[in-house]
Ligand binder design. Structure first.
Ligand code: SIN
Length: 480
């Protein structure tokens, strides 16, 4: 099997022997091999990013935008190769993997446009012969550590804005899903991204992250992953006072008021809950349904869940593929058992699905009612296809329950009452709100959480600005 290369200083690198196997979670078969890069190699990637920065920062925003748009086009041209790679390495159903490819391309397009529109400001001076300006300039060489659940899109979300702003980047993709990153490296080269501007190193996360975090030239860390790891990285980054963007875990409430369009709310919930089998940071995790409409809402959900076909994620008809690992399956099983032990009623699913020729990582889409705050599936982020319904009475009560967790990444509210919609939106303690929308992700939007879901925004204009620093210029002029 050919080694999928890293990209360091404009060269594809296949290593000197030590490799990492990538397995298909659906079958456990090896689907790729990548080099294990040493800490020294990660350091040379960082050196390359620092060197490349001195010329990349001098290019015009328009030139960078043109290159980024050609990366977007390159991704779209190789849509099938990218989608198949995503499916093989993380088990995402093909239909969704194609969606991820387009989502990724759109990050490069959106960053290109936002980069072209970057602005500073002229500030009214208190002194007659002084002019005051705030000028934006790129931060420098940056690093990104990306997760397995969006092997391509989470790199695009970080790299697009970084490069658009004039920064360079070293990316360390998840060790579970480095193949899409490798393919992106090749696309970057083909599209003419100069040597050292984008670098990708694969291998052991601790040694690569350690080498990059203590590199004197690194100016920013962008990380998507668990709160636990985010905390650890932020501690290390703080030694060098490095700027951080941390997109960490969530535990999204999804609130359905009795006055919602219930059929629409059920569609939105299916999207928010079963996208990639619930393995996204913005997955609905606690579903609150107002008393009175629960039976009708359950019927609507069940009719939609009938269509969630389990199977090989490479098949076009599959909607539910495998979970990423045995540990992920064990967590989902634990959450179901704990909920039942604490009084929840299982309406469907609740166990591993055995499929011919497939691994034991397929879990049936599960519906539980009678959820309560103390259950593990309410206190922790499940990251699996379990939908637990909690009943509530009043607006005040549900807002309190929705906000009663340490994290605050996404939250959803379904109602047809415009006053209530805005009232609730204003009170929800989360960085991403789906207002009658179960799929709020968009490349042009500032994505990021509150509380222990991290800090920093990614995407759109704000996402590009976060890769810049503001320089204040005070200028004296001769005035008559
Ligand atoms: C994530 O799960 O971290 C990202 C979700 C998204 O971009 O929609």
């Amino acid at each position: 099997m050919e080694i999928a290369p890293c990209l360091i200083d404009g060269r594809l690198y296949t290593g000197h022997g030590e490799t990492l196997e990538v397995r298909n979670p659906a079958t456990n078969a090896i689907v790729g091999i990548v080099p294990v890069c040493s800490a020294a190699l990660a350091t040379s990637a960082a050196d390359a990013a620092v060197t490349a920065f001195s010329s990349w920062k001098r290019t015009t925003a328009a030139h960078r935008a043109q290159l980024l748009r050609s990366v977007a086009a390159g991704i779209r041209t190789a849509r099938d190769a990218f989608a198949t790679t995503i499916t093989l390495e993380c088990g995402k159903p093909m239909l969704e993997a194609r969606g991820e490819v387009e989502y990724s391309a759109s990050f490069f397009d959106a960053a290109a446009s936002a980069g072209e529109m970057l602005e500073g400001s002229t500030i009214a001076s208190r002194i007659a012969d002084r002019r005051v300006f705030a000028v934006r300039e790129p931060l420098g060489a940056t690093m990104a550590i990306t997760p397995w659940n969006f092997p391509l899109a989470m790199i695009a979300r970080k790299t697009g804005p970084a490069l658009a702003a004039g920064c360079t980047q070293v990316v360390k993709p998840s060790e579970e899903t480095p193949l899409s990153a490798s393919l992106l490296g090749k696309t970057m080269l083909e599209c003419g991204i100069p040597a050292g501007v984008f670098n990708c190193v694969t291998g052991d996360p601790a040694s690569i992250a350690g080498a990059l975090l203590c590199h004197a030239g690194m100016r920013k860390l962008s990380f998507t992953g668990s709160t636990e790891v985010g905390r650890l990285l932020a501690r290390q980054a703080s030694d060098r006072l490095m700027r951080c963007a941390l997109e960490l875990g969530g535990n999204a409430p999804f609130i359905v008021f009795a006055d919602a369009d219930l059929a629409r709310a059920a569609d939105q919930l299916i999207a928010a809950k079963f996208r990639f089998m619930g393995q996204t940071c913005i997955s609905a995790n606690r579903v609150f349904v107002q008393r009175g409409v629960l039976p009708a809402f359950i019927a609507l959900l069940e009719s939609r869940m009938d269509g969630l076909l389990l199977g090989d994620p490479l098949q076009e008809t599959t909607r539910i593929g495998p979970l990423i690992s045995d540990a992920a399956v064990a967590k989902v099983e634990r959450h179901v058992q704990d909920a039942i032990a604490r009084g929840a009623r299982l309406r469907r699913g609740g166990k591993i699905a055995t499929l011919k020729g497939m691994s034991q990582r397929f879990f049936e889409p599960t519906l539980l009612e009678g959820g309560t705050a103390g259950m593990a599936c309410a206190c922790e982020e499940t990251f699996g296809p379990i939908l637990t319904l909690h009943e509530f009475e009043t607006e005040e009560e549900v807002i309190e329950s929705a906000n009663a967790v340490a994290v605050g990444l996404a939250a959803y509210v379904m109602t047809q009452d415009a006053d209530r919609l805005w009232r609730v939106v204003e009170q929800l303690d989360a960085g991403v709100i789906g207002a009658n929308d179960g799929a709020p992700s968009a490349a042009e939007a500032p994505f990021g959480g509150f509380k222990e879901s991290g800090y920093g925004k990614e995407g759109g204009r704000i996402g590009v600005e976060e890769y810049t620093r503001v320089k204040y210029v005070s200028m004296r002029v001769r005035v008559p």
